[in-house]
Design a protein around this ligand. Structure first.
Ligand code: MTE
Length: 321
């Protein structure tokens, strides 16, 4: 992603490391001293301590939405992340997102809907049966993963809120709290992180309101407690840690598009034929599968979800990139 300026508020590490991580690190050091762990075991152990704090979720696998791909290892999906609110390095979210408090958590729903309201996350999680769906996630930077997400189609929520006839778009706003998110002090983006979809895109059954992954509630670094997953679009359209859902008549201004409109369009459909100004989008590297010296795999149109093509019929996808 485009990095314009790089400036963080300086917070001493000791102040931001969550207590449970400090404690689990202490335990590792004791185990290491006792010879119970190898050095490489440390990282995996840290991640399993993290995931133990998550709740198991009962979700039914939906074969209609299960990619044939090999699922990416949980360790990779939870340690190689983009979540700029916690820093710009891939390892920053896993290291620093422990400061995010995900309960209590409410989502404000407003704009062009007949039933504007503030919903509690626990009520949102029960709004429709949870499904597990293995989706490909393709980042505009040229890497990809296949993640077993848990959630339900966003259309289920939209239907219950009863959009007015003026609702043409839906805007999603992420939390931006500098007290919990050390990266929000940086000027890399104009916070809060905002993303949006056209209402027919949002209503496509593939668009997932996501509350979990790998059988558990979401990890903070992956966007707990609520995120979007729109698998035919570049990963940055899938906003994390959502606190507001607004229905609008006009196309909302989105964070990356405001920062660099020539690089990040509103649609951002995965399209191997339209290059990003600085990166070809023709190929990608699957994290954990394609080594640095392997040939990269070909990127598929709409990330391999051709069923969405009709949403864009008649549109010039070079212009509406
Ligand atoms: N949402 C917020 N709020 N902040 C972010 O920095 N990064 C986006 C997207 N959602 C981002 C975000 C990008 S660029 C990608 S590729 C995906 O989250 C990464 O999701 P993952 O870390 O769970 O794989």
């Amino acid at each position: 992603m485009l990095i314009k300026r790089h400036r963080y508020t300086e917070i001493p590490g000791s102040e931001i490391t969550p207590r449970h991580m400090v404690e689990s690190r202490r335990l590792f050091m004791q185990q290491l001293a006792a010879g119970a762990l190898t050095a490489s075991g440390l990282v995996n152990n840290a991640l399993s301590a993290e995931s133990a704090a998550r709740a198991r979720l009962n979700a039914t696998a939906n074969p209609a939405f299960t990619a044939k791909d090999t699922p990416t290892k949980f360790e990779d999906a939870s340690s190689y992340n983009n979540f700029y609110e916690f820093g710009m390095d891939k390892s920053d979210p896993a290291m620093y997102a422990g400061t995010l408090k995900t309960r209590p958590w409410t989502v404000k729903i407003d704009g062009e809907v007949k039933k504007p309201q503030t919903m509690d996350i626990d009520a949102l999680m029960k709004l429709a049966p949870l499904e597990e769906r293995l989706y490909r996630l393709r980042c505009v930077e040229g890497w990809s993963m296949a993640i077993p997400w848990i959630g339900y189609s966003l259309s289920e929520l939209i239907r219950k809120l009863e959009p007015t006839g003026n609702a043409k778009f839906i805007e999603f706003t992420s939390l931006a709290d500098p007290a919990q998110m050390r990266g929000v002090g940086s000027r890399v983006l104009d916070w809060p992180y905002v993303e949006a979809l056209r209402i027919d895109e949002a209503n496509h059954p593939l668009s997932l309101l996501c509350v979990g992954m790998y059988g558990q509630t979401l990890l903070n670094q992956n966007g707990a407690p609520l995120r979007l997953v729109v698998p035919w679009k570049y990963g940055f359209k899938s906003a994390k840690s959502i606190v507001r859902i607004r229905f609008t008549e006009h196309q909302p201004k989105t964070a990356w598009n405001k920062t660099a409109p020539e690089e990040y369009g509103f649609y951002s459909n995965v399209n191997p034929e339209v290059a990003h100004p600085r990166w070809s989008q023709a190929t990608e590297r699957r994290i954990g599968e394609d080594g640095l010296f392997n040939r990269k795999r070909k990127t598929l149109m709409f990330n391999g979800y051709p069923e969405v093509a009709s949403l864009y019929s008649g549109m010039d996808l070079k212009k509406f990139f």
